[in-house]
Design a protein around this ligand. Structure first.
Ligand SMILES: CC(=O)SCCNC(=O)CCNC(=O)[C@H](O)C(C)(C)COP(=O)(O)OP(=O)(O)OC[C@H]1O[C@@H](n2cnc3c(N)ncnc32)[C@H](O)[C@@H]1OP(=O)(O)O
Ligand SMILES: CC(=O)C(=O)O
Length: 541
């Protein structure tokens, strides 16, 4: 059966750039455009040429796209001048892109209130703008702003705007739920009625916003009703609450029925494996922590925490997974926690290279110890490194590399020689290694950033400065992140510190410490991090 074409239009670089707090650099835009093109999107909307220097520069040296149609965004001409004399439209056309998408009003209230012109003037603006774009040999798209609200307020006028654009030669008319308040059922009904009015489905697009958390569902409802273009963004970026998330829509369209059999979205199944990495690349560019709970690509999307789930997953992953994680470039995780049973535990131990037979009585002992410690405030579903040490302790596989006899840390706020206020932390750690006492001190005076000037960094530096015969094992290790949280340990409030460490082999591991005292909690996590590294690199006690 031949599949129908369903076109995907990405507006990450335009509507995505309208996200509060997002400001792409030129290089960010180039990187994202390349990634979208490689993935196989049909259209990449690059921004609004002339609206700001970054967008203008981006279009001046337009990226070479192998697959996607590069598109410039702008607005219909203003009333009282011809399309050829509208300087905003001229900047958009001067970008010389093969496609041009213009936003225009289709809601009578906006025409009279926001534009302050007559309804006829707006329709004339639509007709003339698109005729001008088409006359220049460009593919034209009409983003019909506020279409759904406009349709409900004045059906004839909203439809008239669409038909004007089509008659002027538009390839696509795109129904925009600009305020994001239209629910999927209503979108489906209105799209059906628009098609019945004579707008062909294969010229009809949908642009939804996520203000009711239904942008993806709204886009699918429009496709179900006959629309054949979806506009959306990576990770659902976009004005206010964002746009329809293409990172969720793409796997749904490729893997789920009826879409998989009905449509060709131009993205081969093999490319789907890049999806998680593309989503994280965007977070990385934006300096955002990836949403663990994002559909398909989040770190928790295939994490099976509950014991009942983990037990079944180990027998057959399809028991609790709607798609195979690797299909979208993600991975299955079976964490340890107070929700876990022996199946989670054995899976976790296996991942750490520790083999324990099913039914071994020590499995219950480990499980009970993990649950007892979680009740005190530890969190082992994140801190895999510390979990492994707890398990090894009970299994008799935890070497005693070093004993910490004592440590001390001091934090001082003072002025430096230039009179600037600085924070300096100094730490001393005394360890005993096979009877040899080693005293190490470190301070954060030369720390690269303010974040590195704290007591945890000083303690970490002191502990790692001289570990006697183990020093060569930990030279490439560094502290990359730590999170502090006040939580409940039994009946008391305690501090939980989670530390992420990294080494020269690109490994990253997390450890945890809990105490009424933040420094003590940090030191536990640091000491676990060093012990984990020594075990992994084969050090012997
Ligand atoms: C629904 C959407 O998300 S559409 C995308 C919107 N994106 C952006 O606005 C980001 C880029 N925008 C900008 O940089 C600026 O707004 C510019 C450069 C485009 C225009 O800047 P300015 O000329 O200073 O105008 P300003 O932003 O204050 O107001 C917009 C003007 O466009 C007019 N306008 C708005 N929509 C349209 C339209 N579809 N057709 C014609 N004119 C329009 C408004 O009436 C207003 O003109 P007025 O001040 O004479 O009433
Ligand atoms: C065009 C657009 O971004 C909107 O109407 O939401």
């Amino acid at each position: 059966m031949t599949r129908e074409k369903l076109s995907l239009f990405d507006t990450t670089l335009r509507d995505g750039q309208q996200t509060h707090g997002v400001d792409f650099s030129l290089e960010d835009k180039r990187r994202i455009a390349r990634a979208l093109d490689t993935l196989g999107l049909d259209y990449v909307e690059g921004g609004w040429p002339g609206a700001n220097p970054t967008d203008s520069d981006f279009f001046d040296a337009a990226p070479t796209l192998d697959h996607a149609t590069f598109t410039a965004f702008g607005m219909t001409k203003r009333a009282g001048r011809s399309a050829a004399n509208d300087e905003v439209l001229a900047s958009v056309l001067n970008a010389n892109t093969p496609a041009v998408c213009l936003v225009g009003k289709s809601h009578d209230f906006h025409v009279t209130t926001a534009l302050n012109i007559t309804l006829d003037e707006n329709r004339e603006n639509i007709r003339e703008s698109f005729a001008h774009v088409v006359a220049q040999g460009r593919e034209a798209l009409f983003d019909a702003e506020h279409f759904f609200d406009g349709y409900k307020a004045n059906r004839e006028y909203a439809l008239g705007c669409l038909h004007d654009a089509l008659q002027a030669g538009c390839r696509w008319v795109v129904l925009c739920d600009t305020n994001g308040g239209t629910l999927p059922g209503e979108i489906g009904r209105i799209v059906t009625e628009v098609i019945a009015s004579g707008v062909p489905g294969e010229k009809l697009g949908i642009h939804t916003h996520n203000d009711t958390e239904t942008a993806v569902a709204g886009a699918l409802a429009a496709v179900d009703a006959g629309a054949r273009q979806i506009q959306g963004t990576l990770n659902g970026l976009g004005e206010r609450c964002g746009n329809a998330n293409l990172i969720s829509l793409i796997p749904t369209l490729l893997l789920k029925e009826p879409y998989a059999s009905q449509f060709d979205i131009g993205i081969p199944l093999e490319k789907l494996g890049d999806l998680t990495q593309i989503s994280r690349m965007l977070d990385d560019i934006l300096n955002r922590v990836p949403n663990r709970h994002a559909a398909y690509v989040g770190a928790s999307a295939f994490t099976h925490k509950a014991g009942l789930h983990a037990s079944a997953i180990l027998k057959d992953p399809t028991t609790y997974e709607h798609v195979v994680p690797e299909t979208v470039g993600n991975a299955r995780v079976v964490p340890m926690s107070n929700q876990a049973g022996q199946s989670n535990l054995r899976q976790r131990l296996e991942e750490a290279g520790i083999a324990v037979e099913k039914g071994d009585a020590r499995l219950s002992e480990i499980l009970n110890e993990v649950k007892r410690r979680e009740d005190q405030g530890y969190a082992y579903d994140s801190a895999k490194g510390s979990f492994e040490l707890v398990a090894r302790g009970i299994l008799g596989q935890l070497p005693r590399f070093f004993d910490v006899e004592r440590y001390r840390v001091m934090v001082e706020k003072r002025r430096n020689a230039r009179g600037e206020k600085i924070t300096v932390s100094e730490a001393v750690v005394v360890v005993n290694i096979g009877g040899e006492r080693i005293i190490s001190a470190a301070d954060s005076f030369f720390a690269e950033s303010e974040a590195d000037q704290g007591p945890v960094h000083a303690l970490s530096a002191a502990l790692r400065r001289d570990l006697g015969r183990y020093q060569s094992f930990i030279n490439d290790m560094k502290l990359v992140d730590f999170k502090v949280r006040i939580t409940n340990g039994g009946t008391e409030a305690v501090t939980r510190v989670l530390i992420d460490s990294e080494d020269g082999q690109g490994r990253r591991w997390s450890t945890v410490g809990v105490s009424a005292n933040i420094v003590d909690a940090s030191f536990q996590a640091l000491s676990d991090a060093v012990t984990w590294k020594l075990i992994r690199d084969g050090a012997t006690a």
